[in-house]
Write a protein that binds this ligand. Sequence first.
Ligand code: SF4
Length: 303
Amino acid sequence: MNLLSLPLAPPQLFQDLRVEPEEARSILRPQKDERYGFGFALSPYRGCAHGCRYCYVREYPNALHGPEDWGGWVAPKLNAPELLWSQRHRLHEARVFLASATDPYQPLERQYRLTRRCLEVLLLCPSTEVLLHTRSPLILQDLDLLRAFGDRVTVGFSIPTDDDTVRQVVEPHAPTIPGRWAAVERLAKAGIAVNLAVTPLMAVHDPQAFARRARASGAAGAWVGGLRLLKRDPFYKVLADHGWLQVLDRDYAEGIRAAFRAAFPAPRKVREPRAERVSAVAPSLARQPGLFDADVLPPLVGD
Ligand code: SF4
């Protein structure tokens, strides 16, 4: 089926989510700053149903949606796989990051399979590396495909807290923490290189136990990245109301990093993205830039 030939569907409601399919004009966004460790960002969707309350992407200029609407709408890019196929000549020895401004495994991927179909295109580009970043066990539906990539794929899995009650406040529509641990374990057991992303760092109940859990999950490495707040960010009040302002404290982040250093005494380097690392644990390319190392790297702007 050629999706390019499909007419654009009108916006539709999907369990209170407004689904607004669209035809993208471009799909590969070049990243010239080598510090990010990849050459292109690829987002099969605009918007993100996870709607994390700290997500800086909500503030990106958007003609149709304001920041307060973040998480309430998603625009699947119906022609993303075909567009990517037409651009494959640009991908020789390139690293492609999915995704800079959305989660490639948000719930709609179950129906639309745009991430999967983009991965199928990338699989046919033998010199191309793929860096996936997600919060969702839905990635397991593509386990067969990820295995087919061999060492050309790295998965970054975000688990920013060890406490699901914290997650329920800061990422109310994202998968549970236990579900994420189970997914990391399955990926690792399947031989997929997984790096755990404690990013952006949220309130942690037991740093040592958290770090040991990460180690036991089979993740090849982990890193701890700080939260970046926007000017007059309403998320500050969320943190203040819950007594979690310590997450803005560098010493607090250092304490968590120390726990992870102890749990990963000899971290295996999956790949080295750049010489100097913000994170203290293990380097990873599979990061979601801007959220995690915002004190060093400027945010990405979505397609
Ligand atoms: S932080 Fe990631 S998963 Fe959460 S809303 Fe933003 S893009 Fe989606």
